[in-house]
Design a protein around this ligand. Structure first.
Ligand code: OOG
Ligand code: MG
Length: 240
C-alpha cells in the first residue's frame, strides 16, 4: 500500500496533475505518511536525484493558518529541486505553485555553518491545495523547489529579523523570523531531532529550510519574486 500511494504522488508530481487526497481512505497516520514520503523520495533518488537537505514546514502561525494544519512537519530536499538565485521556475511542470520566504541553514559537524535568505516553491499535489496532516507529510510537505541566496556566518541574533516577500517589486507579505518557532534556530534543532527520529542523519553540506515566516503567494507567468531578510540579504526567482 505504501508503495502504491508513493506511486500516485510521484505520478501527480511528474505529470503536474492534481490528485484527490489519499490519507483518509488509506487510514494513514503521520508515521505511515512518513513511510510514504520516504518511498516517494526514493523514486526520485532512483532516477538520479541526490539528497541536499531537509525542510521544515508549518513552523509559523501564518503558515498553519493558511493551510489549516497545525503541526510542525518536515520533508526531503533533492538537487532536482534546486533553482539558482535569480533563476527561472518552469510553470508548465507545476500544478498550482506558491512561493514563500525562508531562512536556510548550512550544516557542518551537526551545527550551523552559515545562514542565507531563501525562497521555497511549494506545490501541493492535492486538488485545491487542500490536505490533512498525513496527506501533506506523504506529499513530501509540498516541496517543489528552492532558491538559496548568498551564505554568510550566522549573525548573533536571528530571532527577530524583518522579512519581506515581494512580487514584481511590491511587498506582498511582511513578517519576522520570530514567527518561526520564536527563533529559526529552533527549526534547525527540530530538523535534526525529527529527521534523526526517522533514521535520517543530516550530513555536512546539507541545507535546512526553517519554514516560512509568512503565508505563501501564488506564482503567475512573468512574476519576479524576491525575499529580503534583514541582515541576511535577498534571494529571488523568475517565473517562466
Ligand atoms: C506545506 C509546506 C509548509 C512551510 O514553510 O511552512 C512549508 C504547504 O504549505 O503546502 O513548507
Ligand atoms: Mg516552506
Amino acid at each position: 500500500m505504501i508503495s502504491e500511494l508513493a506511486d500516485r504522488l510521484d505520478r501527480a508530481a511528474s505529470t503536474a496533475t492534481a490528485i484527490p487526497r489519499l490519507a483518509a481512505a488509506a487510514r494513514l497516520d503521520p508515521s505511515g505518511a512518513y513511510d510514504v514520503q520516504r518511498a516517494l523520495v526514493e523514486r526520485r533518488l532512483a532516477r538520479g536525484d541526490r539528497l541536499t537537505g531537509v525542510k521544515m514546514g508549518l513552523t509559523s502561525r501564518a503558515k498553519m493558518a493558511q493551510v489549516g494544519v497545525d503541526e510542525v512537519i518536515w520533508g526531503h530536499l533533492t538537487d532536482g529541486m534546486r533553482i539558482d538565485d535569480g533563476g527561472r521556475v518552469d510553470l508548465t511542470r507545476l500544478i498550482h505553485p506558491r512561493a514563500e520566504p525562508e531562512v536556510a541553514f548550512l550544516l557542518s559537524n551537526s551545527a550551523v555553518e552559515a545562514v542565507a535568505p531563501a525562497l521555497e516553491v511549494i506545490d501541493s499535489r492535492f486538488e485545491g491545495f487542500d490536505f490533512s496532516l498525513p496527506d501533506v507529510i506523504a506529499d513530501n510537505t509540498s516541496a517543489a523547489g528552492y532558491v538559496v541566496g548568498p551564505w554568510r556566518p550566522a549573525p548573533e541574533g536571528l530571532d527577530n529579523l524583518g522579512v519581506l516577500l515581494e512580487v514584481n517589486g511590491r511587498v506582498v507579505q511582511t513578517g519576522s523570523t520570530a514567527a518561526i518557532l520564536g527563533d529559526p534556530r529552533r527549526a534547525f534543532d527540530a530538523a535534526i531531532r525529527l529527521a534523526g527520529g526517522r533514521g535520517v542523519e543530516l550530513r555536512d553540506g546539507w541545507i535546512v529550510l526553517a519554514g516560512a515566516a509568512t503565508a505563501a503567494v501564488p506564482l503567475n507567468p512573468g512574476d519576479h519574486v524576491r525575499t529580503v531578510i534583514e541582515k541576511l540579504g535577498t534571494a529571488s526567482l523568475k517565473v517562466g
